[in-house]
Write a protein that binds this ligand. Structure first.
Ligand SMILES: CC(=O)SCCNC(=O)CCNC(=O)[C@H](O)C(C)(C)COP(=O)(O)OP(=O)(O)OC[C@H]1O[C@@H](n2cnc3c(N)ncnc32)[C@H](O)[C@@H]1OP(=O)(O)O
Length: 210
C-alpha cells in the first residue's frame, strides 16, 4: 500500500504560551528541533528524540508534534505494531498503531493531547487505515498526576475520542490482566469489511478455548 503523508498544522493558545500542532513531520525537521528535557515518559529524552526520528523515516511512520518555538513539547507516533505483538500477526498493511503519546507536564490539561489527535486525523490518508492503540496502566504517569487508574483512563478515553478512537473488546491477555487497560481503535472510512473481519479475529484469538 502507498503511504501518503500530507502535512497539517494548527495553532493552539494555552496559558503557558502558543503552540503549533503539526505533522506528519519529516525526520530532518524533527532532528533540527530541540526535544524538551521533560519528555521522559517512555525513554530518556535524547533516546526518545532519536526513536522519533527513526519512526519518521519509516514508510508508514508518522509523527505529529506540539512545538513551542523551536522546542518539541509533545508528540504522538503511528507505525506498524511490534512484530512480537498479536496485532502484527494478521500482516495487515493497513493496520497501524498509535504507539506513544506524551505532553510535558507544564502543558498538560491544555488540550494538547486532544489536538495532537485532531491534527493527526486531518490527513485524509488516515481514512485508509485501521488505527489501534493499546492502553496499559503501567505506562501512565500516575505518580505525578496523582490520578487513580480510572481517572487516568478517563483522560485517555477523552483524548483518544478526539481522534475518533473508540473502545473495542479483546481477549488479549496483557490487556485483560487489568480492567483499566484497554484496546481502542478507529476504522477509517475506506476500510473494507475484510479488514474489519481480520481485526475481529486478531481481537479474539483465544475464542476456541471456551
Ligand atoms: C498509547 C500510550 O502512549 S499510553 C501512555 C500515555 N502517555 C502518558 O501517560 C505519558 C504522560 N502523560 C501525558 O503525557 C499526558 O498526560 C497525556 C498525553 C496522557 C494527556 O495529554 P494532555 O495534553 O494533558 O491531554 P488533554 O489536555 O488533551 O486532556 C484530555 C482530557 O483529559 C482531561 N485531563 C487532562 N489531564 C487531567 C487531569 N490531570 N485531571 C483531570 N482531567 C484531566 C482534560 O481536561 C480533557 O478532558 P475534556 O475533554 O473534558 O476537557
Amino acid at each position: 500500500m502507498e503511504h501518503k503523508k500530507t502535512y497539517n498544522a494548527k495553532q493552539l493558545k494555552t496559558p503557558h504560551g502558543n503552540l503549533i500542532i503539526e505533522g506528519p513531520i519529516s525526520s530532518d525537521k524533527l532532528a533540527a528541533y530541540e526535544f524538551h528535557e521533560d519528555l521522559v515518559a517512555f525513554r530518556p529524552p535524547a533516546q526518545q528524540h532519536q526513536a522519533l526520528i527513526g519512526i519518521a523515516k519509516l514508510k508508514e511512520g508518522r509523527i505529529i508534534i506540539a512545538r513551542n518555538r523551536h522546542t518539541i513539547v509533545g508528540y504522538v507516533t503511528y507505525l506498524y505494531p511490534d512484530p512480537l505483538e498479536r496485532w502484527s500477526e494478521g500482516k495487515m498493511d493497513n493496520l497501524i498503531e498509535l504507539g506513544a503519546i506524551e505532553v510535558i507536564p507544564e502543558f498538560r490539561g491544555c488540550a494538547v493531547g486532544k489536538n495532537l489527535l485532531i491534527v493527526s486525523m486531518m490527513d485524509d490518508a488516515m481514512e485508509d487505515y485501521l488505527i489501534i492503540t493499546t492502553e496499559y496502566y503501567w505506562h501512565w504517569d500516575l505518580k505525578n498526576t496523582k490520578l487513580n487508574v480510572w481517572e487516568y483512563r478517563k483522560v485517555m478515553e477523552k483524548m483518544m475520542n478526539a481522534g475518533g478512537l473508540e473502545w473495542y473488546a479483546t481477549d488479549d491477555p496483557e490487556i485483560c490482566s487489568h480492567p483499566a487497560n484497554c484496546l481502542m481503535a478507529r476504522i477509517g472510512k475506506r476500510i473494507d469489511p475484510d479488514t474489519v473481519q481480520k481485526f475481529d479475529r486478531l481481537r479474539f484469538m483465544n475464542r476456541f478455548m471456551y
